[in-house]
Design a protein around this ligand. Structure first.
Ligand code: 5AD
Ligand code: SF4
Length: 463
């Protein structure tokens, strides 16, 4: 059911029975874009009669959809290949066809076909349409003969925009919809412009049709995805603000989230639009990366700390109940203690709901790789721990102030423990658990905050 732009699938069509073809297991690493791509891969293969399985040991084919953003992410995948091979050997089972998809496929290409952990197949982010055909060859008798040239498919194509079938069990009940791919920013630490290529937009008509299909299949919420969704630009007349206006017109769709925003694209007219449209959730994931102007300049982030804080202030004025989350890198080349303290200051000022913080990891070939990676591993660790502590303290002070508030939240699922408990989420992305209540998934309810633990609030249904 996954297809390329131009030929929309009928997303309301019943799912085919499990295929009688080879069993395929897809394992996903990295970001939400990869989660969506894995859904697209599964759709493509299911349509061709492959049998998708949830456990790797019984699979004829294992596809690892990978991430290159940090060194550690890549190491994990390489050791996973070794582990899969060993497990099969120990169980005296035939070796599966192992394929690497995603960003590592683009970055390393034919390198992945060499050495002791070599894989059978390498397929990059714009080449998933080759998978059904090549897997047929690789799982047929005489597969060892498949020529080398057919085992690596990489490189960027403008027309390769996937439309994945709606997930049966979407993350947080939100269906992912990729709206564009690639990235035209040139942040100096980042490998993504290399692995995902230049920015290219999925057509607005395709996006709207895809979301209509999700609603027809029972979905109520979508998360629009892209490396920098806020940079979406179909034409001079249609930017990201225009796109969310169009999406908000879809009957039956209740909530729209989006990931990831670039602070530089958060123009007042976009924030005004977000604030004005009821369906657009008031939650901004806007990575700041650093609070130091000197570091931001060296990262080529195109804004200063003060400009970022102005953006946050403006958003708070025009988007009711808005919350923020962000990514931060510590230990970028040349980051001094003073620079790091500037980052902590921004964190204290913004009061993020959630922070994703990372130690700088040098990626081969990116512009920052020319700078000496001069913050020691121990110092990066120390800064990361301090950042996490400041975030926890800031969050605790904020969370305590929420007790007694009454919020609207949507029931996402039954909580695993204790019986009779439910997981809910507010439009501004706050997690709430409610005990001893009679609720149903998808229901929108009012809750009163009574307590909190870690990043989850506890609520009760007001009498
Ligand atoms: N080292 C560490 N973190 C990185 N990120 C991107 N590139 C690197 C790198 N080289 C982080 C950024 C980005 C998130 C997805 O990953 O914070 O927003
Ligand atoms: Fe990883 Fe970034 Fe590629 Fe997503 S786009 S898989 S986070 S490197």
């Amino acid at each position: 059911m996954a297809t390329f732009q131009g030929g929309l699938p009928d997303l309301t069509r019943p799912r085919p029975e499990p295929g009688s073809g080879p069993a395929v297991y897809v394992e996903t690493y990295g970001c939400q874009m990869n989660v969506y791509d894995s859904q697209a891969i599964e759709g493509l293969l299911r349509d061709e009669g492959y049998n998708l399985v949830q456990e790797d040991l019984g699979a004829d084919v294992i596809l690892l959809n990978t991430c290159s953003v940090r060194d550690l992410a890549e190491h994990k995948v390489i050791s996973r290949v070794g582990e899969i091979r060993m497990r099969r050997e120990k169980a005296e089972l035939p070796q599966p066809v192992i394929g690497i998809c995603g960003c590592m496929a683009e970055r390393l290409g034919t390198e992945l076909r060499k050495g002791p952990r070599k894989v059978d197949l390498v397929v990059g982010v714009d080449s998933y349409d080759t998978l059904p055909g090549i897997l047929k060859d690789l799982t047929a008798a005489g597969h060892a003969q498949v020529p080398e040239a057919l085992r690596t498919h990489t490189g960027h194509r403008n027309d390769a925009h996937y439309v994945a079938p709606p997930a049966l069990y979407p993350t947080n009940n939100s269906h992912l919809v990729t709206i564009h791919k690639g990235c035209d920013y040139k942040c100096t630490y980042c490998i993504v412009p290399q692995t995902r290529g230049p920015q290219s937009e999925k057509a607005p008509g395709t996006i709207v049709e895809e979301i209509r299909g999700i609603v027809a299949a029972g979905g109520a919420e979508v998360t629009l995805l892209g490396q920098n969704v806020t940079a979406y630009k179909w034409s001079d007349e249609l930017d990201f603000a225009g796109l969310i206006e169009k999406v908000a017109e879809i009957d039956g769709l209740q909530r729209i989230r989006f990931l990831t925003g670039h602070p530089r694209d958060m123009h007042p007219h976009l924030m005004d639009t977000i604030g004005r449209l009821d369906k657009v959730c008031p939650w901004l994931h806007v990575p700041v990366q650093s609070g130091s102007d000197r570091v931001l300049r060296r990262m080529k982030r195109l804004y200063t700390g003060a400009e970022y804080l102005d953006m946050v202030d403006y958003a708070r004025r025009v988007i009711p109940d808005v919350t923020f989350s962000a990514d931060i890198i510590v230990g970028f080349p040349g980051e001094t203690e003073t620079d790091f303290q500037d980052t902590l200051e921004v964190v204290r000022k913004v009061k993020y709901d959630q922070l994703f913080s990372f130690k700088y990891s040098e990626r081969p070939g990116v512009p920052a790789a020319r700078l000496p990676d001069d913050v020691s591993v121990d110092e990066k660790k120390r800064r990361l721990a301090e950042l996490i502590k400041v975030q926890e303290d800031t969050w605790e002070a904020m969370a305590g102030q929420q007790i007694g508030q009454v919020w609207t939240a949507v029931v996402e699922a039954e909580a695993r423990r204790p019986v009779g408990s439910w997981r809910l989420r507010t439009a501004n992305n706050r997690k709430v658990v409610v005990h001893d209540a009679d609720l149903a998934v998808g229901e929108e309810v009012r809750i009163r905050v009574t307590d909190w633990a870690n990043t989850t609030f506890v609520g009760e249904i007001p009498a």
